[in-house]
Structures are given as structure tokens and as C-alpha cells.
Design a protein around this ligand. Structure first.
Ligand code: PEP
Length: 251
């Protein structure tokens, strides 16, 4: 299974800035991108085309949308459709990022609808899951992982092409806080995720990458990548600067 090294630029960078950063990432990684690793960038919608122009035609580089609305078209002011993302060459989209869940109030069910609709339309989906601090303190990590995977994958079965799905375990308390989950916390949550994926998707589960996200940076990335059931990372803050993201990507 290919490792996915993903950058989530959130609501950062104009198209011009995004193009510059993407160019610099490619330059810094020239000859250094391991054959078993792919780079995936999620720019804001307005910068997708600029990033696509840089990454297009480069093996091992992909880009995607941070969000979409699960409908073909219609009166949905402010939203974009999977087809609009595909038209810009996007291969991937995120669903269930904690900021979508907790800032914009997306339910587990809506996340599941997005995953199913995106896959049906030909996007590869990265389903983000993860517990809040109070849920960890209440010993509910496994319960949250189970619930979010069940709902997020409600429209997916074991016939899914494994390369079209990834899960990102991102404990909410570790996102953008500088607080990284410890190796045991990551290993435990990723094992629980794999076990639940097997229950939901049978043997296909073993080919689905499970990424870790939450304050990943160059200094801790390789240590995290060495853990069992960690098949990549989803990086926010440390992906915004090309030198720091390119310090995370290579093996
Ligand atoms: C994220 O937004 O998915 C994320 C993990 O952010 P950060 O790396 O800044 O914690």
C-alpha cells in the first residue's frame, strides 16, 4: 500500500501563494520522493487550479478538495460539487474533518453521505475521524472511532477499490494545538480503526491507508510513520511552508 503524505492548507493562501508553495515543494522534493509515498495537497478551492498547474503530470503528486456538497448541482449557495473538483483534476476530497464537524456542525450522517457520493462520482475519499478531549478523558475513544467509521462508511462495502479510500485518525485535541498524540495513543487508535474497518469492509480493510493527523511536523513525522498501522499523515500547520512539508514527506 502506498503511503499518503497529505497537506491540508485549510483557509490559507491565495492562488498566487499556493502556486509558489507547490512549486517550492516540488523543487525541494526533487529526487527525494520515495517510490512508496505519494504527496497529496488540499488547497482552498480558489487555489486548486493554480496548484494543479504545478503538480499536473508529476507522478506521485495528487491534489484534492477540502470539502464538497453531496449533490450534482443546484441551489446550494457557497458550495461546490464533486464534478467541479474532478473538472480541476482533483483525485481526492476530504470528508469529516473535525473543523467541518465542530465549526460547521456536520453530522456523522452527512459525512457518510459525502463519502458515498464522492466515491460514486469518482473521487478518492479521505474520511477523517477522531475524538474530542472530553471523549478521551471519558474513555470513549474506541466508541467514537466505531461510531464515526460506521456512519462515515455507511454507504461503502467491501467491493470498494481500496485505493479510493483512506481514513485519517485526527484526535481533535491534537489539531493545531502543538500537542501530538503519543506513540501508544496513536498505535491504539490506529489498531482500533483497522479492526473496525475489517468488521465493516472485510479483507479490503487491510489495503486502506490509515493516516495520522494532529500537529505533525518534520521533527516527529518519521517516528509516527514507523508505528504499526500508520500509513501516512495529514498535516495542517506544518504543511503551509514548503520547507517544513518537504521535511515531512520523504522516507
Ligand atoms: C489538520 O488540519 O488536519 C491537522 C492535522 O492540522 P495540524 O497539523 O495543524 O494539527
Amino acid at each position: 500500500m502506498k503511503k499518503l503524505m497529505a497537506a491540508n492548507w485549510k483557509m490559507h493562501k491565495t492562488a498566487t501563494e499556493a502556486e509558489e508553495t507547490a512549486r517550492e515543494v516540488v523543487r525541494l522534493l526533487d529526487g527525494k520522493l520515495a517510490g512508496d509515498r505519494s504527496v497529496l495537497i488540499f488547497p482552498p478551492f480558489t487555489a486548486i487550479q493554480a496548484v494543479a498547474a504545478v503538480l499536473s503530470g508529476r507522478p506521485g503528486y495528487y491534489w484534492g478538495g477540502q470539502n464538497f456538497h453531496p449533490k450534482d448541482e443546484g441551489a446550494f449557495t457557497g458550495e461546490v460539487s464533486p464534478e467541479m473538483l474532478l473538472d480541476l483534476g482533483c483525485s481526492y476530497a476530504l470528508a469529516g474533518h473535525s473543523e467541518r464537524r465542530w465549526v460547521f456542525g456536520e453530522s456523522d450522517e452527512l459525512v457518510g453521505e459525502k463519502v458515498a457520493f464522492g466515491l460514486q462520482k469518482g473521487l478518492r475519499m479521505v474520511l477523517c475521524i477522531g475524538e474530542k478531549l472530553e471523549e478521551r478523558k471519558a474513555d470513549k475513544v474506541e466508541e467514537v472511532i466505531s461510531r464515526q467509521l460506521e456512519a462515515g462508511l455507511a454507504g461503502v462495502n467491501e467491493d470498494v477499490a481500496p485505493e479510493s479510500l483512506a481514513v485519517a485518525y485526527e484526535p481533535v485535541w491534537a489539531i493545531g494545538t502543538g500537542e501530538v498524540a503519543g506513540p501508544e495513543e496513536i498505535s491504539e487508535a490506529h489498531t482500533q480503526t483497522r479492526v473496525k474497518l475489517r468488521e465493516l469492509l472485510g479483507n479490503t480493510a487491510d489495503q486502506i491507508p490509515i493516516l495520522y493527523g494532529g500537529s505533525v511536523k518534520p521533527a516527529n513525522a518519521e517516528q509516527i510513520m514507523e508505528l504499526d498501522n500508520v500509513d501516512g499523515v495529514l498535516v495542517g500547520g506544518a504543511s503551509l511552508a514548503a520547507d517544513s512539508f518537504s521535511g515531512i514527506v520523504p522516507a
